[in-house]
Design a protein around this ligand. Structure first.
Ligand code: ZN
Ligand code: ZN
Ligand code: ZN
Length: 147
């Protein structure tokens, strides 16, 4: 087992949640697919291979729980289903580029928004502490096909 998975399981245990095999295997699916933004259906597809008995309802319930505990971050990219990724509450979350053709989600780390945050805050008398940005468009592959 990787150290990362172990740390997550410990976190779950600390909050008095049992480490059921289903929870374990769902967390492992996230560890194994760290760069992806997985939906409940994606997770179900991965986990089913090891646990054919698992139901989609269990996956939904587990994802809800993990999001509530702050282990996962729930995101809506406007394609009608929630996607999940690990939440790192200590650092500012990266931002997302969403392809409107194939649904691929890319991440970008560049943050040019500190100035904007300050200006919006000053002009509206609001103390901004965080932001989330999504850019919609076409990934290079889809864009090439369109041309
Ligand atoms: Zn695309
Ligand atoms: Zn992401
Ligand atoms: Zn940012």
């Amino acid at each position: 087992m990787t150290g990362e998975l172990q740390a997550l399981l410990t976190r779950l245990h600390e909050k008095d949640y049992k480490l059921t095999p289903q929870r374990k295997v769902i967390l492992k699916a996230f560890v194994d697919n760290k760069d992806e933004h997985l939906s409940a259906e994606d997770i179900y597809g991965i986990v089913k291979e090891q646990y054919p008995d698992i139901g989609l309802a269990t996956v939904y319930r587990t994802l809800d729980l993990l999001a509530e505990l702050g282990i996962l971050l729930r995101m809506n990219f406007g394609d009608g289903r929630f996607r999940y990724e690990f939440s790192n509450s200590d650092v500012h979350q990266h931002h997302h580029l969403i392809c409107m053709e194939c649904g691929r989600v890319q991440e970008f780390a560049d943050d040019l928004l500190e100035d904007l945050e300050r200006r919006v805050g000053e002009e509206n008398g609001f103390r901004v502490v965080d932001h989330q940005v999504k850019f919609y468009g076409y990934c290079s592959e889809c864009d090439r096909k369109k041309a």
